[in-house]
Write a protein that binds this ligand. Sequence first.
Ligand code: ATP
Length: 136
Amino acid sequence: MPALFSVEVLTPEKVLYSSDRVVSLTAPAWEGRLGVMAKHRPLVCALRTGVLSLRLDDGETRYIAIAGGFLEVSHNKAVILCDAAEMDREIDVDRARRALERANERLRTFDRSIDRQRARAAKDRALARLKAGGAL
Ligand code: ATP
């Protein structure tokens, strides 16, 4: 029986996900993917836009698209705070595909009115949603 820990994923609107039966978590940290297991040392770390993976004790893995945020680990509990996050099952894949196309279109043009950083961030969110939604 593997040691377990708790995870909460919070957005400004709601508790998106909460479980106390998590075996391991991997998160998109700035330095690369960060792994957390039970009894991890206390930690605070900034996250990129990407996919958070949670392996549960029933053998299932849940994927959550996150639009950046922060991870805090303490007392055998991980809290992920993000502006926007979606569970694998609730991701609208067609919407993410459209968002990706829009962002790519903006990045293809040399129009000075295009905010490239904003378009790149939108593209990263769309890619994270497609990955978490199983479409990439
Ligand atoms: P879009 O251009 O499709 O609106 P976006 O990246 O601009 O995408 P956000 O501003 O990051 O969208 O998110 C706005 C809200 O919509 C958030 O609550 C987010 O969780 C939700 N959301 C965005 N895209 C999707 C999607 N493909 N499936 C489900 N929820 C989504």
